[in-house]
Write a protein that binds this ligand. Structure first.
Ligand code: AMP
Length: 170
């Protein structure tokens, strides 16, 4: 199955020059969605992982599905101010300015083996920040998992040597 057919490329969204990779057609199609999930899970199933982290917001869709498929706990990493309990936060650089992500500080305990998932690996700033959060709580990052990788941005170079898997590449 060619999953590229289920990714809608939207030029100049959310701002000029960005070629947005819209996964909503993939979410709409149960067969393609399940095929994609199997592709995502394949390299992750023998890692003896204990938890999956999904990054807000599009990392929640397949992050949760991966956790369900592998029978693991799921942890949402969210934008600031969204998580109600005690949090750990990480600031990271954007093209212009900075952004912050947060995790519940009791979600990971030392010894946890964690899979980090997001929909798109672009510059790698978000994923690297999520890995730092996981490690700051004593977790070990077993793999970074993405639906898509924008190879020309070389985000994998920011992932501090962690294994990285993507189903599609652009
Ligand atoms: P980065 O930190 O640059 O790797 O950006 C990754 C985050 O931005 C992910 O959470 C993606 O959802 C989002 N993102 C970046 N570029 C795109 C794109 N071209 N299409 C869709 N989402 C993107």
């Amino acid at each position: 199955m060619d999953l590229n057919q289920f990714i809608r490329i939207v030029p100049d969204f959310p701002k000029p020059g960005i070629s947005f990779k819209d996964i909503t057609p993939l979410l709409l199609d149960p067969q393609a969605r399940d095929y994609c999930l199997q592709q995502l899970v394949e390299p992750l199933k023998d890692l003896q992982a204990t938890k999956v982290v999904g990054v807000e917001s599009r990392g929640f869709f397949f992050g949760m599905a991966i956790a369900q498929e592998l029978d693991l706990g799921f942890i949402p990493v969210r934008k600031p101010g969204k998580l109600p309990y005690k949090t750990a936060s990480q600031i990271y650089d954007l093209e212009y300015g900075t952004d912050t992500i947060e995790i519940h500080s009791d979600a990971i305990v030392p010894g946890d083996r964690v899979i980090m998932h997001d929909d798109v690996l672009a510059t790698g700033g978000t994923a690297a920040a999520a890995c730092t959060l996981i490690e700051s709580l004593g977790g070990e990052v077993m793999a970074c998992s993405f639906l898509m990788e924008l190879s020309f941005l070389d985000g994998a170079a920011k992932l501090q040597g962690h294994k990285s898997y993507s189903v599609l590449r652009y």
